[in-house]
Design a protein around this ligand. Structure first.
Ligand code: GLV
Ligand code: MN
Ligand code: MN
Length: 422
Protein backbone atom coordinates (compact mmCIF):
# COMPACT_ATOMS: atom_id res chain seq x y z
CA UNK A 1 0.00 0.00 0.00
CA UNK A 2 1.43 3.37 -1.00
CA UNK A 3 0.59 6.49 1.01
CA UNK A 4 -1.37 9.22 -0.75
CA UNK A 5 1.48 11.77 -0.57
CA UNK A 6 4.18 9.39 -1.80
CA UNK A 7 1.90 8.36 -4.62
CA UNK A 8 0.99 11.84 -5.81
CA UNK A 9 4.56 13.10 -5.92
CA UNK A 10 5.94 10.24 -8.05
CA UNK A 11 7.06 11.11 -11.58
CA UNK A 12 8.60 9.05 -14.36
CA UNK A 13 12.08 9.73 -15.79
CA UNK A 14 11.72 11.20 -19.30
CA UNK A 15 15.34 10.55 -20.34
CA UNK A 16 15.13 6.87 -19.39
CA UNK A 17 11.85 6.44 -21.31
CA UNK A 18 13.37 8.10 -24.39
CA UNK A 19 16.46 5.91 -24.13
CA UNK A 20 14.41 2.75 -24.17
CA UNK A 21 12.28 4.00 -27.06
CA UNK A 22 15.46 4.76 -28.95
CA UNK A 23 17.04 1.41 -28.22
CA UNK A 24 13.92 -0.52 -29.25
CA UNK A 25 13.76 1.56 -32.45
CA UNK A 26 17.20 0.14 -33.38
CA UNK A 27 15.60 -3.30 -33.70
CA UNK A 28 14.23 -3.58 -37.22
CA UNK A 29 15.46 -0.03 -37.89
CA UNK A 30 14.80 1.40 -41.34
CA UNK A 31 17.24 3.70 -43.11
CA UNK A 32 14.73 6.55 -42.89
CA UNK A 33 14.54 6.42 -39.09
CA UNK A 34 11.40 4.30 -38.92
CA UNK A 35 10.88 0.71 -37.78
CA UNK A 36 10.00 -2.46 -39.63
CA UNK A 37 9.12 -5.12 -37.07
CA UNK A 38 6.30 -6.97 -38.77
CA UNK A 39 4.84 -9.58 -36.43
CA UNK A 40 6.79 -12.81 -35.89
CA UNK A 41 9.73 -11.77 -38.10
CA UNK A 42 13.37 -11.84 -37.00
CA UNK A 43 13.16 -8.13 -36.20
CA UNK A 44 10.11 -8.75 -34.01
CA UNK A 45 12.10 -11.44 -32.18
CA UNK A 46 14.94 -8.96 -31.60
CA UNK A 47 12.48 -6.45 -30.16
CA UNK A 48 10.90 -9.15 -27.98
CA UNK A 49 14.28 -10.29 -26.67
CA UNK A 50 15.21 -6.72 -25.77
CA UNK A 51 11.94 -5.90 -23.99
CA UNK A 52 11.63 -9.20 -22.09
CA UNK A 53 15.28 -8.72 -21.03
CA UNK A 54 14.36 -5.31 -19.59
CA UNK A 55 11.35 -6.83 -17.84
CA UNK A 56 13.57 -9.39 -16.12
CA UNK A 57 16.22 -6.78 -15.24
CA UNK A 58 13.48 -4.84 -13.46
CA UNK A 59 12.80 -7.93 -11.34
CA UNK A 60 9.56 -8.90 -13.05
CA UNK A 61 8.52 -12.47 -13.77
CA UNK A 62 7.77 -12.88 -17.47
CA UNK A 63 5.32 -15.38 -18.91
CA UNK A 64 4.83 -16.08 -22.60
CA UNK A 65 1.68 -17.77 -23.88
CA UNK A 66 1.16 -19.88 -26.97
CA UNK A 67 0.44 -16.90 -29.22
CA UNK A 68 3.57 -15.12 -27.99
CA UNK A 69 1.96 -12.55 -25.69
CA UNK A 70 4.40 -11.49 -22.96
CA UNK A 71 3.08 -10.55 -19.51
CA UNK A 72 5.53 -9.30 -16.88
CA UNK A 73 4.35 -9.22 -13.27
CA UNK A 74 5.45 -7.20 -10.25
CA UNK A 75 3.93 -8.55 -7.03
CA UNK A 76 1.72 -6.37 -4.86
CA UNK A 77 1.37 -6.46 -1.11
CA UNK A 78 -1.91 -8.35 -1.62
CA UNK A 79 -2.73 -11.34 -3.80
CA UNK A 80 -5.25 -9.96 -6.25
CA UNK A 81 -5.80 -9.58 -9.99
CA UNK A 82 -3.16 -7.18 -11.32
CA UNK A 83 -3.62 -3.72 -12.72
CA UNK A 84 -2.28 -4.10 -16.24
CA UNK A 85 -0.86 -1.68 -18.76
CA UNK A 86 0.86 -2.35 -22.06
CA UNK A 87 0.36 -2.41 -25.78
CA UNK A 88 2.31 -3.97 -28.67
CA UNK A 89 5.84 -3.84 -30.07
CA UNK A 90 5.20 -5.12 -33.60
CA UNK A 91 4.99 -2.45 -36.30
CA UNK A 92 3.78 -2.09 -39.85
CA UNK A 93 6.49 -2.22 -42.53
CA UNK A 94 6.63 1.58 -42.58
CA UNK A 95 6.29 2.02 -38.83
CA UNK A 96 7.48 4.74 -36.50
CA UNK A 97 9.01 4.34 -33.07
CA UNK A 98 6.01 5.21 -30.87
CA UNK A 99 2.97 3.25 -32.11
CA UNK A 100 2.53 0.53 -29.46
CA UNK A 101 6.07 0.79 -28.14
CA UNK A 102 5.20 3.83 -26.04
CA UNK A 103 2.56 1.96 -24.03
CA UNK A 104 4.88 -0.95 -23.26
CA UNK A 105 7.98 1.09 -22.44
CA UNK A 106 6.03 3.62 -20.36
CA UNK A 107 4.85 0.59 -18.37
CA UNK A 108 8.46 -0.45 -17.77
CA UNK A 109 9.36 3.13 -16.87
CA UNK A 110 6.59 3.09 -14.25
CA UNK A 111 7.98 -0.12 -12.78
CA UNK A 112 11.48 1.34 -12.63
CA UNK A 113 10.13 4.51 -10.99
CA UNK A 114 8.48 2.38 -8.29
CA UNK A 115 11.62 0.25 -7.89
CA UNK A 116 13.73 3.38 -7.41
CA UNK A 117 11.31 4.73 -4.82
CA UNK A 118 11.21 1.36 -3.05
CA UNK A 119 7.42 1.26 -3.22
CA UNK A 120 5.15 -1.77 -3.39
CA UNK A 121 1.62 -1.34 -4.67
CA UNK A 122 -1.33 -3.04 -3.07
CA UNK A 123 -2.43 -4.93 -6.18
CA UNK A 124 0.20 -6.56 -8.39
CA UNK A 125 1.14 -4.66 -11.54
CA UNK A 126 1.45 -6.24 -14.98
CA UNK A 127 3.09 -4.86 -18.11
CA UNK A 128 2.19 -6.71 -21.30
CA UNK A 129 2.97 -6.69 -24.97
CA UNK A 130 0.48 -8.49 -27.17
CA UNK A 131 1.42 -10.26 -30.40
CA UNK A 132 0.59 -9.04 -33.86
CA UNK A 133 -1.48 -6.00 -32.99
CA UNK A 134 -0.91 -4.55 -36.44
CA UNK A 135 -2.27 -7.42 -38.50
CA UNK A 136 -0.30 -6.01 -41.44
CA UNK A 137 1.54 -9.25 -42.11
CA UNK A 138 -1.12 -11.64 -40.81
CA UNK A 139 -4.80 -10.86 -40.23
CA UNK A 140 -6.60 -10.28 -37.99
CA UNK A 141 -5.10 -7.29 -36.22
CA UNK A 142 -5.08 -7.40 -32.39
CA UNK A 143 -4.52 -11.15 -32.79
CA UNK A 144 -2.61 -11.65 -29.52
CA UNK A 145 -4.95 -9.66 -27.29
CA UNK A 146 -7.99 -11.27 -28.94
CA UNK A 147 -6.61 -14.73 -28.14
CA UNK A 148 -5.63 -13.53 -24.64
CA UNK A 149 -9.25 -12.71 -23.75
CA UNK A 150 -10.61 -15.89 -25.36
CA UNK A 151 -12.07 -14.09 -28.39
CA UNK A 152 -10.24 -16.17 -31.01
CA UNK A 153 -9.46 -19.88 -30.68
CA UNK A 154 -5.72 -20.47 -30.44
CA UNK A 155 -5.85 -23.11 -33.20
CA UNK A 156 -7.43 -20.60 -35.56
CA UNK A 157 -4.78 -17.99 -34.78
CA UNK A 158 -2.02 -20.59 -35.20
CA UNK A 159 -3.39 -21.60 -38.59
CA UNK A 160 -3.51 -18.04 -39.95
CA UNK A 161 -1.21 -17.51 -42.93
CA UNK A 162 0.92 -14.43 -43.53
CA UNK A 163 1.13 -12.39 -46.74
CA UNK A 164 4.44 -14.19 -47.35
CA UNK A 165 2.86 -17.63 -46.96
CA UNK A 166 3.94 -18.60 -43.40
CA UNK A 167 1.76 -20.13 -40.67
CA UNK A 168 1.65 -18.27 -37.35
CA UNK A 169 2.42 -21.45 -35.37
CA UNK A 170 5.54 -22.11 -37.46
CA UNK A 171 6.71 -18.52 -37.16
CA UNK A 172 6.23 -18.58 -33.38
CA UNK A 173 8.32 -21.75 -33.16
CA UNK A 174 10.95 -20.28 -35.44
CA UNK A 175 11.42 -17.16 -33.28
CA UNK A 176 11.07 -19.15 -30.02
CA UNK A 177 7.97 -17.36 -28.73
CA UNK A 178 5.38 -20.15 -28.53
CA UNK A 179 5.16 -20.23 -24.74
CA UNK A 180 3.04 -22.22 -22.32
CA UNK A 181 1.28 -19.63 -20.15
CA UNK A 182 -2.45 -20.36 -19.94
CA UNK A 183 -4.91 -19.00 -22.49
CA UNK A 184 -7.14 -17.13 -21.83
CA UNK A 185 -4.63 -15.17 -19.76
CA UNK A 186 -4.90 -13.65 -16.30
CA UNK A 187 -7.84 -11.26 -16.30
CA UNK A 188 -6.69 -7.94 -14.85
CA UNK A 189 -8.50 -5.80 -12.31
CA UNK A 190 -8.29 -3.08 -14.99
CA UNK A 191 -6.31 -2.37 -18.17
CA UNK A 192 -4.98 1.01 -19.29
CA UNK A 193 -3.08 1.58 -22.54
CA UNK A 194 -1.00 4.67 -23.26
CA UNK A 195 -0.72 5.26 -27.01
CA UNK A 196 -0.02 8.03 -29.45
CA UNK A 197 -3.20 9.41 -31.01
CA UNK A 198 -2.05 8.68 -34.59
CA UNK A 199 -4.49 11.34 -35.77
CA UNK A 200 -4.53 15.16 -35.92
CA UNK A 201 -7.19 16.15 -33.37
CA UNK A 202 -5.20 16.84 -30.18
CA UNK A 203 -2.52 18.81 -31.99
CA UNK A 204 -5.02 20.78 -34.08
CA UNK A 205 -6.98 21.75 -30.98
CA UNK A 206 -3.86 22.47 -28.94
CA UNK A 207 -4.86 19.92 -26.29
CA UNK A 208 -2.22 18.06 -24.27
CA UNK A 209 -3.75 14.60 -23.80
CA UNK A 210 -6.73 12.46 -24.76
CA UNK A 211 -9.00 10.38 -22.54
CA UNK A 212 -10.09 7.76 -25.03
CA UNK A 213 -13.79 6.89 -25.00
CA UNK A 214 -13.63 3.81 -27.21
CA UNK A 215 -12.51 2.40 -30.54
CA UNK A 216 -14.38 2.51 -33.81
CA UNK A 217 -15.57 -0.62 -35.60
CA UNK A 218 -13.19 -2.22 -38.10
CA UNK A 219 -14.03 -4.26 -41.20
CA UNK A 220 -11.23 -5.73 -43.32
CA UNK A 221 -12.05 -7.61 -46.54
CA UNK A 222 -9.79 -9.21 -49.11
CA UNK A 223 -11.31 -9.15 -52.59
CA UNK A 224 -10.14 -11.45 -55.38
CA UNK A 225 -11.14 -10.67 -58.96
CA UNK A 226 -10.70 -13.30 -61.68
CA UNK A 227 -10.87 -12.07 -65.26
CA UNK A 228 -9.03 -13.04 -68.42
CA UNK A 229 -5.47 -12.19 -69.46
CA UNK A 230 -5.39 -10.81 -72.96
CA UNK A 231 -3.41 -8.63 -75.33
CA UNK A 232 -3.51 -4.93 -74.44
CA UNK A 233 -3.31 -3.83 -78.08
CA UNK A 234 -5.53 -6.26 -79.92
CA UNK A 235 -8.40 -6.80 -77.49
CA UNK A 236 -11.31 -4.41 -78.20
CA UNK A 237 -12.59 -2.79 -75.01
CA UNK A 238 -15.91 -4.63 -75.24
CA UNK A 239 -14.11 -8.01 -75.25
CA UNK A 240 -12.23 -7.45 -71.99
CA UNK A 241 -12.64 -9.10 -68.60
CA UNK A 242 -10.16 -6.82 -66.92
CA UNK A 243 -9.42 -7.66 -63.28
CA UNK A 244 -7.17 -4.60 -62.97
CA UNK A 245 -9.88 -2.25 -64.08
CA UNK A 246 -12.36 -3.78 -61.63
CA UNK A 247 -9.90 -3.37 -58.73
CA UNK A 248 -9.29 0.27 -59.66
CA UNK A 249 -13.01 0.96 -60.01
CA UNK A 250 -13.67 -0.65 -56.61
CA UNK A 251 -10.93 1.45 -55.01
CA UNK A 252 -12.45 4.61 -56.45
CA UNK A 253 -15.87 3.49 -55.22
CA UNK A 254 -14.55 3.14 -51.64
CA UNK A 255 -13.55 6.82 -51.74
CA UNK A 256 -16.94 7.84 -53.25
CA UNK A 257 -18.71 5.82 -50.57
CA UNK A 258 -16.95 7.67 -47.74
CA UNK A 259 -17.76 10.99 -49.39
CA UNK A 260 -21.43 10.09 -49.76
CA UNK A 261 -21.73 8.72 -46.23
CA UNK A 262 -19.67 11.49 -44.62
CA UNK A 263 -19.52 11.60 -40.82
CA UNK A 264 -17.06 9.17 -39.26
CA UNK A 265 -16.93 6.78 -42.22
CA UNK A 266 -13.42 6.08 -43.51
CA UNK A 267 -12.32 3.64 -46.18
CA UNK A 268 -8.98 2.52 -47.58
CA UNK A 269 -7.75 0.23 -50.31
CA UNK A 270 -4.24 -0.26 -48.97
CA UNK A 271 -3.00 -3.27 -50.93
CA UNK A 272 -3.53 -4.24 -54.59
CA UNK A 273 -1.69 -6.91 -56.53
CA UNK A 274 -2.26 -7.64 -60.19
CA UNK A 275 -1.40 -10.74 -62.14
CA UNK A 276 0.55 -10.90 -64.39
CA UNK A 277 1.22 -7.18 -63.66
CA UNK A 278 2.68 -6.36 -67.07
CA UNK A 279 2.33 -3.24 -69.21
CA UNK A 280 0.83 -4.93 -72.24
CA UNK A 281 -1.38 -7.60 -70.67
CA UNK A 282 -4.94 -7.14 -69.45
CA UNK A 283 -4.80 -8.37 -65.83
CA UNK A 284 -6.04 -11.91 -65.32
CA UNK A 285 -6.35 -11.53 -61.58
CA UNK A 286 -6.44 -8.79 -58.95
CA UNK A 287 -6.33 -9.15 -55.18
CA UNK A 288 -6.99 -6.08 -53.05
CA UNK A 289 -7.95 -5.19 -49.50
CA UNK A 290 -10.70 -2.88 -48.24
CA UNK A 291 -10.48 -1.36 -44.74
CA UNK A 292 -13.77 0.24 -43.64
CA UNK A 293 -14.19 1.85 -40.20
CA UNK A 294 -16.97 3.70 -38.41
CA UNK A 295 -17.82 4.53 -34.80
CA UNK A 296 -21.43 3.49 -35.53
CA UNK A 297 -22.03 -0.24 -36.07
CA UNK A 298 -25.17 0.26 -38.18
CA UNK A 299 -23.39 2.69 -40.50
CA UNK A 300 -20.45 0.31 -40.79
CA UNK A 301 -22.83 -2.46 -41.78
CA UNK A 302 -24.41 -0.14 -44.35
CA UNK A 303 -20.97 0.64 -45.81
CA UNK A 304 -20.19 -3.09 -46.05
CA UNK A 305 -23.51 -3.75 -47.77
CA UNK A 306 -22.96 -0.98 -50.30
CA UNK A 307 -19.48 -2.26 -51.10
CA UNK A 308 -20.81 -5.79 -51.62
CA UNK A 309 -23.55 -4.49 -53.90
CA UNK A 310 -21.10 -2.43 -55.94
CA UNK A 311 -18.69 -5.35 -56.34
CA UNK A 312 -21.58 -7.40 -57.65
CA UNK A 313 -22.55 -4.73 -60.16
CA UNK A 314 -19.06 -4.22 -61.58
CA UNK A 315 -18.38 -7.97 -61.70
CA UNK A 316 -21.45 -8.47 -63.88
CA UNK A 317 -20.68 -5.48 -66.08
CA UNK A 318 -17.08 -6.61 -66.76
CA UNK A 319 -17.75 -10.35 -66.86
CA UNK A 320 -15.35 -11.23 -64.06
CA UNK A 321 -15.72 -13.41 -60.99
CA UNK A 322 -15.35 -11.82 -57.56
CA UNK A 323 -14.85 -13.65 -54.26
CA UNK A 324 -14.34 -12.04 -50.86
CA UNK A 325 -12.75 -13.15 -47.59
CA UNK A 326 -13.20 -11.39 -44.24
CA UNK A 327 -9.81 -10.67 -42.72
CA UNK A 328 -11.03 -8.91 -39.59
CA UNK A 329 -14.33 -7.65 -38.19
CA UNK A 330 -14.71 -5.89 -34.86
CA UNK A 331 -17.69 -3.90 -33.64
CA UNK A 332 -17.13 -0.46 -32.08
CA UNK A 333 -16.11 -0.66 -28.41
CA UNK A 334 -16.89 1.75 -25.58
CA UNK A 335 -14.48 1.93 -22.68
CA UNK A 336 -15.44 1.90 -19.00
CA UNK A 337 -16.86 5.31 -18.06
CA UNK A 338 -15.07 5.25 -14.68
CA UNK A 339 -11.69 4.64 -16.33
CA UNK A 340 -12.30 7.32 -18.99
CA UNK A 341 -13.11 9.86 -16.27
CA UNK A 342 -10.21 8.74 -14.10
CA UNK A 343 -7.86 9.36 -17.04
CA UNK A 344 -9.43 12.75 -17.69
CA UNK A 345 -9.38 13.85 -14.04
CA UNK A 346 -5.82 12.60 -13.52
CA UNK A 347 -4.59 14.49 -16.59
CA UNK A 348 -6.21 17.69 -15.29
CA UNK A 349 -4.76 17.17 -11.81
CA UNK A 350 -1.28 16.93 -13.36
CA UNK A 351 -1.81 20.21 -15.17
CA UNK A 352 -2.54 18.92 -18.68
CA UNK A 353 -5.33 20.04 -20.91
CA UNK A 354 -7.35 17.01 -21.92
CA UNK A 355 -10.40 16.04 -23.97
CA UNK A 356 -12.36 12.88 -24.50
CA UNK A 357 -12.15 11.39 -28.00
CA UNK A 358 -12.65 8.03 -29.74
CA UNK A 359 -9.72 6.10 -31.21
CA UNK A 360 -9.48 5.79 -34.96
CA UNK A 361 -6.90 2.99 -34.96
CA UNK A 362 -7.32 -0.52 -33.63
CA UNK A 363 -5.85 -1.14 -30.16
CA UNK A 364 -5.24 -4.06 -27.82
CA UNK A 365 -7.36 -2.16 -25.28
CA UNK A 366 -10.43 -2.83 -27.41
CA UNK A 367 -9.91 -6.56 -26.83
CA UNK A 368 -9.07 -6.24 -23.12
CA UNK A 369 -12.31 -4.23 -22.76
CA UNK A 370 -14.16 -7.54 -23.27
CA UNK A 371 -12.61 -8.86 -20.07
CA UNK A 372 -12.12 -6.00 -17.61
CA UNK A 373 -12.67 -2.24 -17.07
CA UNK A 374 -10.44 -0.59 -19.67
CA UNK A 375 -9.35 2.82 -20.85
CA UNK A 376 -6.63 4.57 -22.83
CA UNK A 377 -4.51 7.72 -22.65
CA UNK A 378 -3.58 9.45 -25.91
CA UNK A 379 -0.63 11.74 -26.52
CA UNK A 380 -0.69 14.10 -29.54
CA UNK A 381 0.86 13.01 -32.85
CA UNK A 382 2.71 15.73 -34.73
CA UNK A 383 0.72 16.50 -37.93
CA UNK A 384 -1.39 13.41 -37.17
CA UNK A 385 1.13 11.22 -39.01
CA UNK A 386 1.41 7.53 -38.13
CA UNK A 387 2.18 4.19 -39.80
CA UNK A 388 4.97 6.29 -41.26
CA UNK A 389 8.63 6.64 -40.20
CA UNK A 390 7.93 10.36 -39.64
CA UNK A 391 5.58 9.53 -36.76
CA UNK A 392 6.53 11.87 -33.90
CA UNK A 393 5.40 12.96 -30.46
CA UNK A 394 7.25 15.62 -28.47
CA UNK A 395 9.21 14.28 -25.49
CA UNK A 396 7.28 16.53 -23.10
CA UNK A 397 4.01 15.01 -24.34
CA UNK A 398 5.40 11.47 -23.97
CA UNK A 399 6.38 12.35 -20.41
CA UNK A 400 2.99 13.89 -19.61
CA UNK A 401 1.21 10.81 -20.95
CA UNK A 402 3.45 8.43 -19.01
CA UNK A 403 2.91 10.40 -15.79
CA UNK A 404 -0.85 10.21 -16.26
CA UNK A 405 -0.53 6.47 -16.88
CA UNK A 406 1.57 6.17 -13.69
CA UNK A 407 -0.98 7.99 -11.54
CA UNK A 408 -3.95 6.16 -13.07
CA UNK A 409 -2.26 2.80 -12.49
CA UNK A 410 -1.46 3.76 -8.90
CA UNK A 411 -5.01 4.89 -8.20
CA UNK A 412 -6.34 1.64 -9.63
CA UNK A 413 -3.83 -0.43 -7.69
CA UNK A 414 -4.44 1.21 -4.31
CA UNK A 415 -8.22 1.67 -4.23
CA UNK A 416 -10.78 -1.02 -3.39
CA UNK A 417 -12.78 -0.42 -6.52
CA UNK A 418 -12.46 1.77 -9.56
CA UNK A 419 -13.24 5.29 -8.32
CA UNK A 420 -16.41 6.92 -9.57
CA UNK A 421 -16.27 10.62 -10.35
CA UNK A 422 -17.86 12.64 -7.54
C1 GLV B 1 -3.86 -1.25 -36.34
O1 GLV B 1 -3.11 -0.60 -35.64
C2 GLV B 1 -4.84 -0.60 -37.16
O2 GLV B 1 -5.59 0.25 -36.65
O3 GLV B 1 -4.87 -0.87 -38.37
MN1 MN C 1 -0.78 0.68 -32.08
MN1 MN D 1 -0.36 0.62 -35.71
Amino acid sequence: MIGENARRSLRINQARLLRRLDELAQRGARDDGGCNRLAFTDADKEGRDLVTGWMRELGMSVSIDAIGNAVAMRPGSEEAPPVMCGSHIDTVRTGGRYDGNLGVLAGLEIIETLNDAGLTTRRPLAVAFFSNEEGARIAPDMMGSLVYVGGLPLEEAHAAVSIDGKRVADELDRIGYRGDAPIPGVIPHAFVELHIEQGPILEAEGIGLGAVTGVQGISWTEVTVRGQANHAGTTPMSYRHDAGYVAAEAAAFVRRLTQEMGGAQVGTVGAITLDPNLVNVVARKAVFTVDLRNTDEKLLQAAEARLAEHLDTIAKAEGVEITTRKLARFEPVEFDRRVIELVEDTAKSLGSTVRQLPAGAGHDAQMLARACPTGMVFTPSVKGISHNPKEHTDPSDLEAGANVLLQVILTLSETDDIPVRA
